[in-house]
Design a protein around this ligand. Structure first.
Ligand code: NAP
Length: 334
Protein backbone atom coordinates (compact mmCIF):
# COMPACT_ATOMS: atom_id res chain seq x y z
CA UNK A 1 0.00 0.00 0.00
CA UNK A 2 1.46 3.39 -0.96
CA UNK A 3 2.15 6.22 1.46
CA UNK A 4 1.69 9.91 0.78
CA UNK A 5 3.34 12.84 2.53
CA UNK A 6 0.48 14.85 3.93
CA UNK A 7 0.23 18.39 5.30
CA UNK A 8 -2.67 18.79 7.73
CA UNK A 9 -3.91 22.06 9.22
CA UNK A 10 -5.41 21.10 12.57
CA UNK A 11 -7.42 23.16 15.04
CA UNK A 12 -5.15 23.62 18.08
CA UNK A 13 -7.29 25.90 20.23
CA UNK A 14 -10.61 27.72 20.09
CA UNK A 15 -10.34 31.40 19.15
CA UNK A 16 -11.40 34.51 20.97
CA UNK A 17 -12.07 37.21 18.41
CA UNK A 18 -10.16 37.04 15.13
CA UNK A 19 -8.46 33.60 14.95
CA UNK A 20 -4.74 34.06 15.61
CA UNK A 21 -1.93 31.76 14.46
CA UNK A 22 -2.05 29.91 17.81
CA UNK A 23 -5.40 28.41 16.78
CA UNK A 24 -3.61 26.19 14.25
CA UNK A 25 -1.05 23.46 14.16
CA UNK A 26 0.42 22.48 10.81
CA UNK A 27 1.36 18.79 10.94
CA UNK A 28 3.37 16.79 8.42
CA UNK A 29 2.13 13.21 8.43
CA UNK A 30 1.99 10.14 6.22
CA UNK A 31 -1.33 9.24 4.70
CA UNK A 32 -1.88 5.54 4.04
CA UNK A 33 -3.64 4.28 0.94
CA UNK A 34 -7.36 3.50 0.92
CA UNK A 35 -8.95 0.51 2.65
CA UNK A 36 -11.74 -1.46 0.93
CA UNK A 37 -14.68 0.83 0.15
CA UNK A 38 -12.49 3.95 0.33
CA UNK A 39 -10.58 6.17 -2.05
CA UNK A 40 -7.76 8.66 -1.60
CA UNK A 41 -7.96 12.18 -3.00
CA UNK A 42 -5.37 14.90 -3.48
CA UNK A 43 -6.91 18.31 -2.93
CA UNK A 44 -6.46 20.80 -5.76
CA UNK A 45 -8.27 23.78 -4.17
CA UNK A 46 -9.51 24.33 -0.63
CA UNK A 47 -12.43 26.71 -0.09
CA UNK A 48 -11.91 29.33 2.62
CA UNK A 49 -15.31 30.34 3.97
CA UNK A 50 -16.64 32.77 6.60
CA UNK A 51 -18.57 29.89 8.18
CA UNK A 52 -15.24 28.38 9.30
CA UNK A 53 -15.20 30.88 12.15
CA UNK A 54 -18.46 29.38 13.48
CA UNK A 55 -17.17 25.81 13.04
CA UNK A 56 -14.26 26.69 15.37
CA UNK A 57 -16.61 27.54 18.24
CA UNK A 58 -17.82 25.08 20.80
CA UNK A 59 -21.57 24.79 21.17
CA UNK A 60 -24.70 23.90 19.26
CA UNK A 61 -25.07 25.11 15.69
CA UNK A 62 -26.36 23.71 12.38
CA UNK A 63 -23.26 21.50 12.24
CA UNK A 64 -20.98 20.00 14.93
CA UNK A 65 -17.91 22.07 15.86
CA UNK A 66 -14.48 20.95 14.66
CA UNK A 67 -12.79 19.17 17.57
CA UNK A 68 -9.47 20.28 19.01
CA UNK A 69 -6.71 18.35 17.24
CA UNK A 70 -8.90 17.57 14.22
CA UNK A 71 -8.10 18.61 10.66
CA UNK A 72 -10.02 21.82 9.92
CA UNK A 73 -13.21 21.17 7.99
CA UNK A 74 -13.26 22.60 4.46
CA UNK A 75 -15.02 22.02 1.17
CA UNK A 76 -12.49 21.08 -1.49
CA UNK A 77 -12.18 20.10 -5.11
CA UNK A 78 -9.81 17.18 -5.53
CA UNK A 79 -8.58 14.41 -7.80
CA UNK A 80 -8.94 10.75 -6.92
CA UNK A 81 -5.43 9.24 -6.83
CA UNK A 82 -6.14 5.70 -5.56
CA UNK A 83 -9.40 3.84 -5.17
CA UNK A 84 -10.88 0.71 -3.64
CA UNK A 85 -14.38 2.10 -4.07
CA UNK A 86 -16.59 0.83 -6.93
CA UNK A 87 -17.91 4.29 -7.88
CA UNK A 88 -14.69 6.32 -7.90
CA UNK A 89 -11.63 5.80 -10.09
CA UNK A 90 -8.20 7.46 -10.23
CA UNK A 91 -8.43 10.58 -12.37
CA UNK A 92 -11.99 11.41 -11.29
CA UNK A 93 -12.46 14.98 -10.06
CA UNK A 94 -14.68 15.38 -7.02
CA UNK A 95 -15.91 17.88 -4.44
CA UNK A 96 -16.39 17.05 -0.78
CA UNK A 97 -15.56 17.97 2.79
CA UNK A 98 -11.95 16.81 2.52
CA UNK A 99 -10.52 19.34 4.99
CA UNK A 100 -7.54 21.69 5.07
CA UNK A 101 -4.92 19.12 4.06
CA UNK A 102 -3.26 17.78 0.94
CA UNK A 103 -4.55 14.19 0.97
CA UNK A 104 -7.79 12.81 2.38
CA UNK A 105 -9.47 9.42 2.55
CA UNK A 106 -13.17 9.17 1.79
CA UNK A 107 -15.92 6.57 1.72
CA UNK A 108 -17.81 8.65 -0.85
CA UNK A 109 -20.39 10.16 1.49
CA UNK A 110 -21.24 13.71 0.46
CA UNK A 111 -18.84 13.48 -2.50
CA UNK A 112 -19.86 14.62 -5.99
CA UNK A 113 -18.05 14.15 -9.28
CA UNK A 114 -17.32 17.30 -11.31
CA UNK A 115 -16.21 17.74 -14.90
CA UNK A 116 -13.11 19.92 -15.45
CA UNK A 117 -14.03 20.12 -19.16
CA UNK A 118 -17.25 21.97 -18.34
CA UNK A 119 -15.74 24.55 -15.97
CA UNK A 120 -12.37 25.25 -14.35
CA UNK A 121 -11.98 23.34 -11.07
CA UNK A 122 -12.10 26.44 -8.77
CA UNK A 123 -15.53 27.33 -10.16
CA UNK A 124 -16.94 24.21 -8.43
CA UNK A 125 -16.17 25.94 -5.12
CA UNK A 126 -17.53 29.30 -6.31
CA UNK A 127 -20.51 30.05 -8.56
CA UNK A 128 -21.04 26.33 -9.26
CA UNK A 129 -20.43 25.38 -5.64
CA UNK A 130 -21.65 26.25 -2.18
CA UNK A 131 -21.56 30.08 -2.55
CA UNK A 132 -23.43 29.94 -5.86
CA UNK A 133 -26.04 27.59 -4.35
CA UNK A 134 -26.38 29.97 -1.39
CA UNK A 135 -26.99 32.92 -3.69
CA UNK A 136 -29.44 30.99 -5.86
CA UNK A 137 -31.64 29.46 -3.15
CA UNK A 138 -31.35 32.46 -0.84
CA UNK A 139 -32.57 34.85 -3.51
CA UNK A 140 -35.08 32.64 -5.31
CA UNK A 141 -36.54 30.44 -2.56
CA UNK A 142 -36.09 32.51 0.58
CA UNK A 143 -36.23 35.97 -1.04
CA UNK A 144 -38.98 34.93 -3.50
CA UNK A 145 -37.49 37.30 -6.08
CA UNK A 146 -39.81 38.88 -8.64
CA UNK A 147 -39.18 40.97 -11.75
CA UNK A 148 -38.99 44.64 -10.86
CA UNK A 149 -37.96 44.08 -7.23
CA UNK A 150 -35.48 46.46 -5.65
CA UNK A 151 -32.79 44.10 -4.36
CA UNK A 152 -30.01 45.20 -2.00
CA UNK A 153 -27.13 42.85 -1.16
CA UNK A 154 -24.23 43.37 1.26
CA UNK A 155 -20.69 41.95 0.87
CA UNK A 156 -21.60 42.52 -2.78
CA UNK A 157 -18.14 41.85 -4.24
CA UNK A 158 -17.77 38.58 -2.34
CA UNK A 159 -18.41 34.97 -3.26
CA UNK A 160 -22.12 34.94 -2.49
CA UNK A 161 -22.92 38.63 -3.00
CA UNK A 162 -21.60 38.87 -6.56
CA UNK A 163 -23.82 35.96 -7.64
CA UNK A 164 -26.90 37.27 -5.79
CA UNK A 165 -26.75 40.61 -7.57
CA UNK A 166 -26.18 39.12 -11.01
CA UNK A 167 -29.04 36.62 -10.67
CA UNK A 168 -31.26 39.48 -9.55
CA UNK A 169 -30.28 41.43 -12.68
CA UNK A 170 -30.99 38.37 -14.85
CA UNK A 171 -34.43 38.23 -13.15
CA UNK A 172 -35.12 41.85 -14.13
CA UNK A 173 -34.55 43.52 -10.76
CA UNK A 174 -32.94 46.79 -9.77
CA UNK A 175 -29.85 45.93 -7.75
CA UNK A 176 -27.85 47.93 -5.25
CA UNK A 177 -24.71 46.42 -3.72
CA UNK A 178 -22.97 47.40 -0.52
CA UNK A 179 -19.21 46.78 -0.35
CA UNK A 180 -16.07 48.09 1.30
CA UNK A 181 -13.97 50.52 -0.74
CA UNK A 182 -14.07 52.21 -4.15
CA UNK A 183 -12.35 49.38 -6.01
CA UNK A 184 -14.91 46.76 -5.03
CA UNK A 185 -17.80 49.16 -5.68
CA UNK A 186 -16.47 50.02 -9.15
CA UNK A 187 -16.14 46.31 -9.95
CA UNK A 188 -19.70 45.59 -8.84
CA UNK A 189 -21.23 48.29 -11.04
CA UNK A 190 -18.88 48.28 -14.04
CA UNK A 191 -18.07 44.57 -14.37
CA UNK A 192 -21.12 42.92 -12.81
CA UNK A 193 -23.76 45.41 -13.95
CA UNK A 194 -25.34 46.29 -10.59
CA UNK A 195 -27.22 49.60 -10.80
CA UNK A 196 -25.32 51.12 -7.88
CA UNK A 197 -22.95 50.15 -5.09
CA UNK A 198 -22.62 51.86 -1.72
CA UNK A 199 -19.13 52.06 -0.22
CA UNK A 200 -20.00 51.53 3.43
CA UNK A 201 -16.47 52.45 4.51
CA UNK A 202 -16.76 55.93 3.00
CA UNK A 203 -20.50 56.67 2.71
CA UNK A 204 -23.46 56.84 5.06
CA UNK A 205 -25.37 53.67 4.19
CA UNK A 206 -28.79 54.91 5.36
CA UNK A 207 -28.61 58.11 3.29
CA UNK A 208 -27.31 56.25 0.24
CA UNK A 209 -30.11 53.66 0.47
CA UNK A 210 -32.62 56.52 0.59
CA UNK A 211 -31.08 57.94 -2.59
CA UNK A 212 -30.89 54.64 -4.53
CA UNK A 213 -34.08 53.02 -3.23
CA UNK A 214 -36.59 55.91 -3.09
CA UNK A 215 -39.54 53.48 -3.00
CA UNK A 216 -37.90 51.16 -0.49
CA UNK A 217 -36.17 47.78 -0.59
CA UNK A 218 -38.12 44.66 -1.64
CA UNK A 219 -35.35 42.17 -0.85
CA UNK A 220 -32.43 42.78 1.46
CA UNK A 221 -29.96 39.89 1.19
CA UNK A 222 -27.90 40.22 4.34
CA UNK A 223 -24.38 38.83 4.48
CA UNK A 224 -23.04 41.10 7.20
CA UNK A 225 -25.52 41.97 10.00
CA UNK A 226 -24.71 44.84 12.39
CA UNK A 227 -25.15 48.48 11.37
CA UNK A 228 -25.73 47.66 7.71
CA UNK A 229 -28.65 45.37 8.55
CA UNK A 230 -30.12 48.14 10.69
CA UNK A 231 -29.75 50.65 7.85
CA UNK A 232 -31.49 48.28 5.40
CA UNK A 233 -34.31 47.53 7.85
CA UNK A 234 -34.88 51.27 8.01
CA UNK A 235 -35.67 51.40 4.25
CA UNK A 236 -37.94 48.39 3.69
CA UNK A 237 -40.83 48.55 1.23
CA UNK A 238 -44.19 47.06 2.13
CA UNK A 239 -44.03 43.25 1.92
CA UNK A 240 -40.22 43.20 1.88
CA UNK A 241 -38.24 40.00 2.45
CA UNK A 242 -35.06 40.18 4.52
CA UNK A 243 -32.88 37.14 3.79
CA UNK A 244 -30.53 36.32 6.67
CA UNK A 245 -27.64 34.61 4.92
CA UNK A 246 -24.86 35.60 7.30
CA UNK A 247 -23.59 38.22 9.74
CA UNK A 248 -19.87 38.39 9.12
CA UNK A 249 -19.50 41.72 10.98
CA UNK A 250 -20.43 39.83 14.16
CA UNK A 251 -18.52 36.54 13.82
CA UNK A 252 -15.42 37.69 15.71
CA UNK A 253 -17.23 39.50 18.52
CA UNK A 254 -15.79 38.50 21.85
CA UNK A 255 -19.12 39.21 23.50
CA UNK A 256 -22.61 38.41 22.25
CA UNK A 257 -23.63 39.05 18.65
CA UNK A 258 -25.54 42.28 18.18
CA UNK A 259 -29.10 41.85 16.97
CA UNK A 260 -31.12 44.24 14.81
CA UNK A 261 -32.43 47.43 16.42
CA UNK A 262 -34.95 48.33 13.74
CA UNK A 263 -36.94 45.12 13.74
CA UNK A 264 -40.29 46.91 14.22
CA UNK A 265 -39.87 47.94 10.58
CA UNK A 266 -40.94 44.34 9.83
CA UNK A 267 -44.31 45.01 11.47
CA UNK A 268 -44.82 48.44 9.93
CA UNK A 269 -44.00 47.13 6.45
CA UNK A 270 -45.65 43.70 6.76
CA UNK A 271 -42.19 42.34 5.99
CA UNK A 272 -40.51 39.04 6.82
CA UNK A 273 -37.01 38.14 7.90
CA UNK A 274 -35.91 34.55 7.35
CA UNK A 275 -32.65 32.72 7.82
CA UNK A 276 -31.54 29.65 5.86
CA UNK A 277 -28.71 27.11 5.61
CA UNK A 278 -27.72 26.21 2.08
CA UNK A 279 -27.08 22.53 2.94
CA UNK A 280 -30.87 22.07 3.26
CA UNK A 281 -31.11 22.49 -0.53
CA UNK A 282 -28.56 19.82 -1.41
CA UNK A 283 -31.04 17.71 -3.40
CA UNK A 284 -31.65 20.63 -5.72
CA UNK A 285 -27.99 21.63 -6.26
CA UNK A 286 -27.93 19.87 -9.63
CA UNK A 287 -30.78 21.96 -11.03
CA UNK A 288 -29.27 25.19 -9.73
CA UNK A 289 -25.80 24.29 -11.07
CA UNK A 290 -27.27 23.62 -14.54
CA UNK A 291 -28.93 27.04 -14.61
CA UNK A 292 -25.90 28.88 -13.19
CA UNK A 293 -23.62 26.94 -15.58
CA UNK A 294 -25.74 28.16 -18.50
CA UNK A 295 -25.39 31.78 -17.36
CA UNK A 296 -21.61 31.37 -16.93
CA UNK A 297 -21.32 29.81 -20.38
CA UNK A 298 -23.25 32.56 -22.15
CA UNK A 299 -21.41 35.32 -20.25
CA UNK A 300 -24.43 36.60 -18.32
CA UNK A 301 -22.80 35.70 -15.03
CA UNK A 302 -19.22 36.36 -13.97
CA UNK A 303 -17.46 35.04 -10.93
CA UNK A 304 -14.30 36.60 -9.57
CA UNK A 305 -11.90 34.30 -7.74
CA UNK A 306 -9.19 35.21 -5.22
CA UNK A 307 -6.66 32.36 -5.15
CA UNK A 308 -3.84 32.11 -2.60
CA UNK A 309 -1.12 29.48 -3.06
CA UNK A 310 0.01 27.06 -0.35
CA UNK A 311 -1.85 25.32 2.48
CA UNK A 312 0.47 26.58 5.25
CA UNK A 313 -0.88 30.08 4.42
CA UNK A 314 -4.31 29.03 5.67
CA UNK A 315 -4.26 31.01 9.00
CA UNK A 316 -3.64 34.42 7.42
CA UNK A 317 -5.80 33.60 4.42
CA UNK A 318 -8.80 32.89 6.66
CA UNK A 319 -8.34 36.25 8.43
CA UNK A 320 -8.58 38.07 5.09
CA UNK A 321 -12.31 37.29 4.98
CA UNK A 322 -12.98 39.26 8.15
CA UNK A 323 -10.81 42.23 7.20
CA UNK A 324 -12.27 42.45 3.70
CA UNK A 325 -8.88 41.81 2.06
CA UNK A 326 -10.32 39.07 -0.15
CA UNK A 327 -11.76 40.24 -3.46
CA UNK A 328 -13.94 37.46 -4.85
CA UNK A 329 -14.30 33.82 -3.83
CA UNK A 330 -11.35 33.01 -1.57
CA UNK A 331 -9.55 29.70 -2.25
CA UNK A 332 -6.23 28.09 -1.51
CA UNK A 333 -4.46 26.30 -4.33
CA UNK A 334 -2.83 23.29 -2.73
P1 NAP B 1 -17.13 36.92 0.94
O1 NAP B 1 -18.22 37.92 0.76
O2 NAP B 1 -16.42 36.43 -0.24
O3 NAP B 1 -16.05 37.48 1.96
C1 NAP B 1 -16.42 38.11 3.12
C2 NAP B 1 -16.63 39.62 2.91
O4 NAP B 1 -17.37 40.14 4.00
C3 NAP B 1 -15.35 40.41 2.93
O5 NAP B 1 -14.69 40.41 1.69
C4 NAP B 1 -15.84 41.80 3.31
O6 NAP B 1 -16.21 42.52 2.15
C5 NAP B 1 -17.13 41.51 4.09
N1 NAP B 1 -16.95 41.91 5.49
C6 NAP B 1 -16.05 41.41 6.37
N2 NAP B 1 -16.17 42.02 7.57
C7 NAP B 1 -17.19 42.93 7.42
C8 NAP B 1 -17.78 43.87 8.30
N3 NAP B 1 -17.37 44.03 9.56
N4 NAP B 1 -18.81 44.63 7.82
C9 NAP B 1 -19.22 44.50 6.55
N5 NAP B 1 -18.68 43.62 5.67
C10 NAP B 1 -17.68 42.84 6.10
O7 NAP B 1 -17.74 35.69 1.77
P2 NAP B 1 -18.90 34.72 1.29
O8 NAP B 1 -18.36 33.34 1.26
O9 NAP B 1 -19.56 35.27 0.08
O10 NAP B 1 -19.92 34.79 2.52
C11 NAP B 1 -20.77 35.92 2.66
C12 NAP B 1 -21.74 35.67 3.80
O11 NAP B 1 -22.59 34.57 3.47
C13 NAP B 1 -21.09 35.32 5.13
O12 NAP B 1 -21.80 35.94 6.16
C14 NAP B 1 -21.28 33.82 5.22
O13 NAP B 1 -21.27 33.35 6.55
C15 NAP B 1 -22.62 33.68 4.55
N6 NAP B 1 -22.94 32.35 4.02
C16 NAP B 1 -24.08 31.75 4.45
C17 NAP B 1 -24.47 30.53 3.95
C18 NAP B 1 -25.77 29.94 4.42
O14 NAP B 1 -26.02 28.76 4.15
N7 NAP B 1 -26.60 30.70 5.09
C19 NAP B 1 -23.65 29.88 3.01
C20 NAP B 1 -22.49 30.52 2.57
C21 NAP B 1 -22.15 31.76 3.08
P3 NAP B 1 -16.06 44.13 2.11
O15 NAP B 1 -14.66 44.40 1.68
O16 NAP B 1 -17.09 44.53 1.12
O17 NAP B 1 -16.30 44.62 3.49
Amino acid sequence: MSKHENIEVRLAERPRGLPGDACWKVARTECAGPADGEFLVRNAFVSVDPAMRGWMNEGKSYIAPVGIGEVMRAICVAEVVESKHPDFAPGDHVTGLFGVQVYALSDGEGVNKVDPQLAPLPMYLAALGMPGMTAYFGLIDVGRVETGDMVVVSAAAGAVGQVVGQIAKIRGCDVVGIAGGPEKCAYVTTELGFDACIDYKNEKVGAALKQYCPDGIDIYFDNVGGDILDAALGRLARGARVVICGAISQYNNEGAMRGPKNYMSLLVNRASMEGFVVFDYVRRYGDAAREIGGWLADGRLKCRLDIVKGLPNFPETLRRLYTGENFGKLLIEV
